[in-house]
Design a protein around this ligand. Structure first.
Ligand SMILES: Cc1ncc(COP(=O)(O)O)c(C=O)c1O
Length: 385
């Protein structure tokens, strides 16, 4: 039995010597900023996601911001987005001075409630950001139908969902742009990092330009044209949202492990569901038949009238060496958004409930079955004891 410090973390990256050797090779090459490894990583990610192009960025937040800017989302435009997500999804809309239009979630999936979207569309609506939260795809058919009917852009927030599928389709391929995260809590990691997947060649070109200060050629292209004296043109206001070759080298090794990581996550998730599925007051996550949930997080919902509250469970588990987290945030109820848009926590009741009653359990590819059994046993003791 683990001792009384945190012995079972919520997550742990899955590295071996391959990442260390790949990093050493990059250091020895002398080219550590965005260069040949980033290009290789982008090609490998495009193949993996199933789009023609992939543009690597410094984070998924940067990817979302860049995609919105490149697609022309601007001041006073409205963007439909779930109220229950990580704050970065909605911050990216604010960076464009556009207005987030919050949609409440369906508590069965933790994703945007598609029945509440139509009534929120106005003349100013430009885009929808479906979030595939915790690795489960949003319900894409009705979202695509709505986007088609109202001529709206779709920018997927697939931060948590590399490898997830909606029916037979990989997430990140439904709209104009699909954004992924490589933060250590995600499916694969490059430390920090992100990516935009797209089939639009013009958009990919514009994203590459905007991620590097608006420069129309990259440092590496200029370096390769050794005999010419090349100066880039800067015709747009851009950003420094580049990924480094150090990150991309790690990412390439992580991508090699993707199938193994996903299999392991799905296996552990099934094991949790078998161990916890019958507990009164606790709801295990749902995977609709034929979809693939990538289980970036295994998040349970604790009923308000359960024998133990979410916060008591989290505190008790921490005392026994088991780390947990809340699922994610009801962003409309966070101080900045509440004040900026005059919102009340109760405006989006399911998002608020998810904020207060979800619990993320430890899950990572190297998790020992005996540790997982301990988590299950302690949860059972708290809720059924
Ligand atoms: C749903 C969602 N969107 C966006 C992000 C932002 O990703 P990053 O940390 O790579 O900027 C996260 C990260 O936690 C996330 O969970």
């Amino acid at each position: 039995m683990p001792g009384n410090r945190i012995d079972i973390p919520v997550t742990q990256p899955y590295f071996n010597n391959e990442e260390a050797e790949a990093l050493r090779d990059v250091l020895q090459s002398g080219w550590v900023s965005q260069g040949p490894r980033v290009a290789q990583f982008e090609e490998a990610c495009a193949r993996c996601v199933g789009t023609q192009w992939a543009v690597a960025t410094s984070s998924c937040t940067a990817a979302l911001h860049l995609a919105l800017v490149a697609l022309g989302v601007k001041e006073a435009d409205e963007v439909l987005v779930p109220a229950f997500t990580f704050v970065a999804t909605i911050n990216a809309i604010e960076y464009c001075r556009a207005r987030p239009v919050f949609i409440d979630i369906d508590l069965a999936t933790f994703n945007m409630d598609v029945n509440q979207m139509d009534s929120k569309i106005t003349k100013r609506t430009q885009a929808i950001i479906p979030v595939h939260l915790f690795g489960l795809s949003a319900q894409m058919d009705p979202i695509l139908e709505l986007a088609k009917k109202h001529h709206l852009l779709i920018i997927e927030d697939a931060a948590c969902a590399l490898g997830a599928r909606y029916k037979e389709h990989p997430v990140g391929t439904f709209g104009q742009a699909g954004c992924f995260s490589f933060h250590p809590r995600k499916i694969i990691t490059t430390g920090e990092g992100g990516l935009i997947a797209t089939d639009d060649t013009g958009l990919a070109k514009r994203l590459r330009c905007l991620r590097s200060h608006g420069a129309e050629s990259s440092d590496f292209e200029r370096h390769r044209g050794k005999k010419e004296f090349l100066l880039p043109a800067f015709n747009e206001l851009g950003f420094n949202y580049r990924m480094t070759d150090l990150q991309a080298a790690v990412g390439l090794k992580q991508l090699d492990k993707l199938d193994e990581i996903l299999q392991r996550r799905i296996y552990l998730a099934q094991r949790y569901t078998e161990g916890l599925g019958e507990i009164r007051g606790l709801h295990v996550p749902l995977t609709p038949p034929g979809w693939i949930h990538s289980f970036q997080s295994y998040v349970v919902l604790i009923d308000e009238d359960a024998s133990c509250s979410r916060d008591t469970i989290a505190t008790q588990l921490a005392l026994e060496g088991i780390a947990t987290r809340q699922g994610t945030h009801a962003v409309h109820a966070l101080g900045y958004y509440r004040t900026r848009y005059g919102l009340h926590p109760e405006d989006y009741p399911c998002s608020l409930r998810a904020d207060r009653q979800t619990l993320t359990l430890p899950l990572y590819p190297s998790m020992k079955p005996s540790d997982q059994s301990f988590v299950i046993e302690r949860l059972r003791a708290l809720l059924c004891g």
